[in-house]
Design a protein around this ligand. Structure first.
Ligand SMILES: Nc1ncnc2c1ncn2[C@@H]1O[C@H](COP(=O)(O)OP(=O)(O)OP(=O)(O)O)[C@@H](O)[C@H]1O
Ligand SMILES: [Mg+2]
Length: 267
């Protein structure tokens, strides 16, 4: 049996927000309502779901940026939150809200990451430049402060940073959102190459159904903090009686909204 890269069991997350006049009321937002999923080593798993369904919350929990409120999590054999350091060393995360030193250049940001991981400077520099070039990023911008770069450019620097240390597990939160069509193709090709070359395990979120079909072995659909369907794209299509993934998505998400409405009427 192949080993598991990600094992998530009944994971919950509640955000508590102050609300109302004088912010005295506390509103609870159940972002994850008991998620169970497994990703095998070397597998690419795609998470689809409407805005606010909990995709980024799950990715942030798996990358140790957030604590879950309940459930069991094991990443590459290490339990969270107990083995946070081991997990952090082995997981690369790409996200549009990536934290950078915005006044520093792409080069400085990438070298800082390399330094944290104990890389030699010339090697790290060569590798970072190589990745950025392959993502179609003009090397002449390598020394510009990040805050002067466009969003898409910053996204590529975020991808380069995650790949620099060659982690066995990549968590990609909307890696191609906001990229132009050519850059999007370049990033997708890069992800495919990486899997072929290194056998990297990938968990990615996307709103692009073609991307999910192209890159992912299996797909899970998340709605209102619950996993409502899971399988290969072929399995999902036959389950939903649909001939494309977008129709599957709309059907699953629509049904879950109807369910929620019914719940309200009963109450
Ligand atoms: N730090 C936070 N504090 C309070 N609520 C949060 C926080 N982060 C997320 N939420 C809430 O949790 C829910 C899930 O958000 P999340 O960002 O995980 O959704 P998503 O599926 O990634 O959506 P999108 O497709 O728009 O990126 C939302 O209702 C959101 O408002
Ligand atoms: Mg998100």
């Amino acid at each position: 049996m192949p080993s598991l890269a990600i094992r998530v069991q009944n994971v919950k997350k509640v955000f508590r927000k102050r609300n109302g006049l004088l912010r005295r009321k506390i509103r609870e937002e159940h972002a994850l309502k008991g998620i169970t999923l497994e990703v095998r080593e070397g597998e690419a798993y795609g998470l689809l779901g409407p805005n606010g369904s909990g995709k980024s919350t799950l990715i942030r929990i798996l990358s140790t940026l957030l604590l879950a409120d309940g459930g069991d999590i094991e990443i590459l054999g290490f339990r969270l939150p107990e083995h946070e350091r081991e997990v952090r060393e082995r997981v690369g995360r790409v996200s549009v809200d990536a934290a950078f030193y915005k006044k520093l250049s792409a080069r400085e940001n990438l070298l800082y990451t390399a330094f944290l991981y104990g890389f030699e400077k010339p090697d790290a520099e060569r590798k970072a430049l190589d990745i950025l070039k392959r993502l179609g990023q003009d090397a002449s911008r390598f020394d510009d402060p990040l805050e002067e770069m466009s969003r898409g450019m910053q996204q590529k620097v975020s991808i380069a940073r995650a790949l620099l240390v060659n982690p066995p597990l990549l968590l990609l939160d909307e890696p191609t959102t906001g990229l132009d069509p050519k850059s999007k193709q370049e990033v997708q090709r890069f992800i495919e190459d990486l899997r072929r070359r290194e056998g990297t395990t990938i968990l990615l979120t996307t709103h692009d159904m073609d991307e999910a079909e192209r890159l992912c072995d299996r797909i899970g659909i998340l709605t209102r903090g619950q996993l409502v369907a899971e399988g290969t794209s072929e399995e999902l299509k036959s389950q939903a009686g649909a001939d494309n993934l977008e129709a599957v998505f709309l059907k699953m998400v629509g049904e879950s909204f109807e369910e929620a409405e019914k719940e309200v009427t009963v109450e």
